[in-house]
Design a protein around this ligand. Structure first.
Ligand code: SF4
Length: 702
């Protein structure tokens, strides 16, 4: 039935999935919501992918969580009322705190949460729980690019330019990014450029490229060093730009001087003539961009790999130059805003540092607490999950907007750690694989049922609008955090439940920071203004209109370091933690398919998407399949030192013969992360999702 006030109006909002945040118009009421693309939003320009078109199906998922669930003495989850569920959680948390201290409780957030939710979650952890143990799934997504961008530019903003700028480019290098499948509407902005794609797979993006470089997994850093070497030796480096806008070139040159094309070919498998062609295409273009994605970033050397691609872009004079640049294609819906708002274990809202006394004092004053009461930084995402239930680790975990049973590396081990907890609480709108392990499950509102803001991959702040009321027994995450905070002794006013009130507080918390939102308001966004942060406080005219216009291109005049210059960072290649050997002779690499999103908790509940990509399929070159007696369509087991995945074989010539590809959207024995390991990037703490050493054997079934 259509709920009161619904079904008669249209709501302009944004897609619930990826960081492109395509604009949509929703119409219809409960059980009958229709979606169409909003034609006047410049990012998607009237386009949507398959996921966006079918997003309303999740609103009415047959197994939608509609009431709190509490695990009973019989071991089963059973419906409970809110007071019982919240009292139980608060009492257990207070008991664990009194017995083991505040770090006995941990919080795990998500890059799909609105800015308001991410902000409140970080505040809840530091103030209501007093724990240092908070991190989020964005650590698995963007952390390597963030670390490299901060070091090079002094600021982590995925794309420091609007995506529409890409349409002016003559050449674009995509390192480990496959937007034709992960965010298809982006491709319209790349339609006129010559693409150079670096990817071990011949993806749909690679099929549209002028040049496809197909390195062995885990060797992108060597390739990037080789491209910088060639840019210099071929006379394509922009000396004037390097002198005027950067520091550190000499050390970066020394780090790549020995990476001759022939040596790079030996390590990566990319022919020297293709390396030359790529550099000439990029260096010879009037306007060019270098963009990275997860393929370059999800490595134990991901931050160094991104740094090497930034070095290449700096040598060619691209970042901060009109019509050119360097950027990272953020993945999750609020991957950008989610990492600015204080979910990261070492950061407070506005990218402020938990170790900087002035930053702590500013945020503490907004929160109305003593700066000394704020905890120090805690564990990064994988390290936090790895410590759960250990003698020195957290005994309880609260999960909001994440499904680590499927999305965390070394999945069997992490599942065991979750099972070792005294208390696991999951807030979600569908019964995810992580919710299935929980002691308490809290049903929360989803995208079309809530107000808030998201920040897309360009740093553009967007309004998410409520089209439907949530089902009667469903609460918003803000209401859940408020109720828990009050039960834990916090004053009610400290945890507002109205997204607009949270946003206004968030503006104050971020004021004066690198990610300054203080000049952005719901009113300005609702009036249709396009506002990219940093956007310092409004300076409205006499008529109350106007204000700071936002900063779509923050590096045009200067970079964010105090001297205004970008930094070359000297890095060198090193092997992945696991490389093929006699026991595990192939590379295993993981990634996405068009019809599924992240852990699949949402998209696996959409009939059209399930029909398009129903089950886990391991892709393998036909020659390798033949040698290993693997038949197309039959079941096989892919095994690494960490575990085994069962999947159906699909032979394809899009892969290197030494590599198998596993999409990571599927549950149970088909979880790709059963084979991934625990090697972490020393700077970003990013796990090495993209390289495992594996063997593959037929099961004789299927
Ligand atoms: Fe949604 Fe991303 Fe697809 Fe756009 S590209 S419709 S934001 S999933």
């Amino acid at each position: 039935a259509v709920r009161a006030g619904e079904g008669t109006r249209e709501s302009t909002t944004h897609c619930p999935y990826c960081a492109l945040q395509c604009a949509t118009v929703l119409s219809g009421g409960h059980g009958d919501v229709a979606v169409r693309p909003s034609p006047d939003f410049p990012v998607n320009q009237g386009g949507l992918c398959q996921k966006g078109w079918t997003a309303p199906a999740v609103l009415g998922a047959p197994d939608r969580l509609l009431t709190p669930l509490v695990r009973g003495p019989d071991g089963e989850l059973a419906p409970a009322d809110w007071d019982h569920a919240l009292d139980l959680i608060a009492n257990r948390l207070a008991w664990l705190d009194s017995r083991h201290g505040p770090d006995a409780v941990a919080v795990f957030g998500g890059g799909g949460l609105t800015n308001e939710k991410a902000y409140t979650l970080g505040k809840f952890a530091r103030v209501a729980l007093g724990t240092s143990q908070i991190d989020y799934n964005g650590r698995f997504c963007m952390s390597s690019a963030a670390a490299a961008a901060c070091e090079a530019f002094g600021l982590d903003r995925g794309l420091p330019f609007p995506v529409t700028d890409l349409a002016e480019a003559d050449a674009v290098l995509l390192a480990g990014a496959n937007p034709a499948e992960t965010m298809p509407p982006l491709m319209r902005h790349l339609a006129w450029a010559d693409l150079v794609v670096i990817d071990p797979r011949r993806t749909r993006t690679a099929e549209r490229a002028a040049l496809h470089l197909q390195p062995a997994p885990g060797t992108d850093l060597a390739l990037a060093l080789g491209l910088l070497h060639l840019a210099v030796t071929e006379g394509l480096a922009d000396k004037e730009y390097i002198d005027a806008r950067t520091t550190g070139f000499d050390a970066a040159w020394q780090s790549c001087v020995a990476w001759w094309p022939e040596r790079v070919e030996q390590v990566t498998g990319v022919p020297a003539h293709d390396q030359r062609a790529a550099v000439r295409l990029l260096g010879g273009a009037r306007r060019a961009y270098v963009l990275t994605g997860r393929g370059a970033e999800q490595h134990s050397k991901g931050a160094d790999t991104v740094a090497a691609f930034i070095n290449l872009a700096l040598a060619l004079g691209l970042p901060g130059t009109p019509g050119s640049g360097f950027g990272t294609l953020t993945g999750q819906g609020n991957g950008q805003g989610g990492r600015e708002m204080g979910q990261k274990t070492d950061q407070l809202p506005g990218y402020r540092s938990l170790t900087d006394p002035a930053d702590r004092a500013h945020v503490a004053s907004v929160w109305g607490v003593d700066p000394a009461s704020l905890p120090e930084p805690g564990r990064s995402a994988y390290e936090l999950l790895d410590a759960l239930g250990t003698p020195t680790g957290p005994k309880a975990l609260l999960v909001f907007g994440s499904n680590p049973v499927v999305s965390a590396p070394r999945a069997a081990h992490i599942t065991a750690r979750l099972n070792a907890l005294d208390l696991l609480v999951v807030a979600d709108f569908v019964p995810s694989e992580t919710a299935a392990l929980a002691d308490v499950v809290l049903p929360v509102a989803q995208w079309a049922e809530e107000e808030g803001t998201m920040t897309n991959l360009e740093g553009r702040v967007l309004r998410r609008r409520r089209h439907l009321r949530p089902p009667p027994e469903v609460r918003t995450d803000l209401e859940v955090l408020h109720a828990l905070a009050v039960r834990l002794g916090q004053p009610a006013h400290r945890f507002p439940t109205r997204p607009r009130d949270v946003f206004d507080e968030l503006r104050r918390a971020s004021a004066g920071s690198r990610a300054d939102y203080s000049g952005i308001s719901y009113e300005r966004l609702d009036a249709g203004e396009a506002l990219h942060w940093p956007c310092p406080a409004e300076n409205a005219g006499d008529d109350g209109r106007g204000g700071h216009p936002g900063t779509p291109r923050p590096f045009l005049d200067r970079f964010a370091h105090p001297d205004g210059r970008a930094r070359f960072v000297a890095v060198d290649h090193r092997p992945a933690a696991q490389t093929p050997d006699t026991a595990f002779p192939l590379y295993g690499t993981t990634g996405r398919v068009l019809a599924q999103y992240q852990s699949g908790a949402q998209t696996r509940r959409v009939p059209e998407l399930t029909a398009a990509a129903p089950e886990m399929v391991v892709e393998i070159h036909p020659d390798t399949a033949r040698r290993l007696h693997l038949d197309d369509g039959r079941l096989a087991e892919v095994t690494s030192a960490h575990g085994t995945v069962r999947a159906r074989v699909r032979t394809t010539r899009t892969l290197r013969p030494d590599t198998v590809f596993l999409p990571f959207h599927y549950p149970g024995a088909a979880r790709a992360n059963l084979i991934t390991g625990d090697a972490l990037d020393p700077r970003s703490r990013m796990p090495e999702f993209k390289v495992s050493a594996v063997r593959i054997t037929p099961t004789g079934e299927g």
